[in-house]
Design a protein around this ligand. Structure first.
Ligand code: HEC
Length: 112
């Protein structure tokens, strides 16, 4: 009878520990992982966009180059990446390294 009671107490406290530990880990992964990464990417893209402001305007409103505020509904990410890497019309090619063009294209494609 005593043995059975001990096993029960031990068993349930282990269960409680496992449940608490698991929950905390999951929380950390979701808040630390996805959220921060997306924010950094966005900041990085806005930083990279400094190379484009001269022709496309501070708020993408356009200047000597066209308005880019809804560019995501005109082109998909790979088309934008292609324009940045290869230029188009009087827009020069290779303004930013290709890996930066990927970040910019992903960000611009979200502007619809
Ligand atoms: C020297 C000026 C200049 C700079 C700097 C410049 N662009 Fe352009 N961009 C243009 C011009 C001009 C066009 C229009 C080209 C055409 O179709 O004749 C254009 C077109 C585009 C288009 C297509 C828009 C559309 O509606 O067809 C995208 C996307 C674009 N630029 C992105 C960028 C990005 C991102 C950067 C920064 C890395 C950048 N541009 C830097 C001049 C510039």
């Amino acid at each position: 009878m005593k043995k059975y009671f001990m096993a029960f107490v031990l068993g349930s406290s282990l269960l409680t520990l496992a449940a608490c530990g698991g929950g905390a880990d999951e929380d950390q992964e979701t808040t630390g992982g996805g959220g921060e990464f997306a924010m950094v990417e966005n900041e990085e893209a806005q930083q990279l966009y400094q190379s484009c402001i001269g022709c496309h305007g501070r708020n993408m409103e356009g200047a000597s180059g066209p308005n880019l505020q809804k560019v995501g509904s005109k082109y998909d990410q790979s088309e934008i990446e292609n324009i940045i890497n290869n230029g188009q019309g009087s827009m020069p090619a290779g303004l930013v390294p290709e890996e930066d063009a990927t970040v910019l294209a992903e960000w611009l494609a979200q502007h619809k």
